[in-house]
Design a protein around this ligand. Sequence first.
Ligand SMILES: NC(=O)c1ccc[n+]([C@@H]2O[C@H](COP(=O)([O-])OP(=O)(O)OC[C@H]3O[C@@H](n4cnc5c(N)ncnc54)[C@H](O)[C@@H]3O)[C@@H](O)[C@H]2O)c1
Length: 236
Amino acid sequence: MRRVFITGGASGIGRETVNRFWEGGDHLIVIDRPTLEETELSFQFNERLTYISADVTAKESREMIQKEIDLGIDVLVNNAGVTRDATCLKMEEADWDLVLDVNLKAVFMLSKMAATQMKDQGTGVILNAASVVAHNGNFGQANYVASKAGLIGLTKTLAKELGKYGIRVNAVAPGFIATAMVKKMPEKVIAMMEGKTPLARMGKPSDIAKAYEFLASDNASFITGTCLNVDGGIII
Ligand SMILES: NC(=O)c1ccc[n+]([C@@H]2O[C@H](COP(=O)([O-])OP(=O)(O)OC[C@H]3O[C@@H](n4cnc5c(N)ncnc54)[C@H](O)[C@@H]3O)[C@@H](O)[C@H]2O)c1
């Protein structure tokens, strides 16, 4: 049974990804900020689920996460992410720091911890949540875009460094996916984005979960260092 770690697995795309790997028979280790009782996970999953209530940016969390990694890690999905949108002239330093800490630094720290164990195992998969906005920038998201563009560079670098240990590292770049993160956006922006999407709809969390499932599987055994856009064609 594979041990699949998913950060931010309590809601949105992460939650759907937990469901998908669960159905595939994996053991899920979910890391997210709420307590287990505050999530719906405890009602659905009472076995093959290890829940770590932790902030991925907190040093104190790492010991708890490390203990689980020491038991083995086959897949790490670095899904946790946040936005703190503002135009650059109005963006507070604290909002820059938070977004970069969660979306980029924590991914580096967890990937390093995972890769150390995966190297000993001689196998492993690391998957990172990028975003299509990383490719062309996005108004009001200097911090978020910088974090996601950095994540694509990090993905490629880790792929180059870790491939010889049997570790594959890939990113998925979602387009606009119907989760709480996107529902916070103004309706006219959402309508505009749907209008710009060749497939003429918002994505579903399951669209992204399926991409993670594929990239974590043996069907993707020769794929590393890529960033797979799952976006309905919005940036063509
Ligand atoms: N929804 C979209 O349209 C979209 C588009 C592109 C990229 N993404 C990326 O996909 C990922 C998931 O997005 P989503 O829409 O499901 O978001 P979401 O807000 O619904 O879920 C994010 C999850 O991450 C958790 N999280 C946030 N900060 C954390 C921290 N410090 N420690 C632990 N957990 C933390 C949250 O508690 C939450 O459960 C994010 O990385 C996001 O940037 C989403």
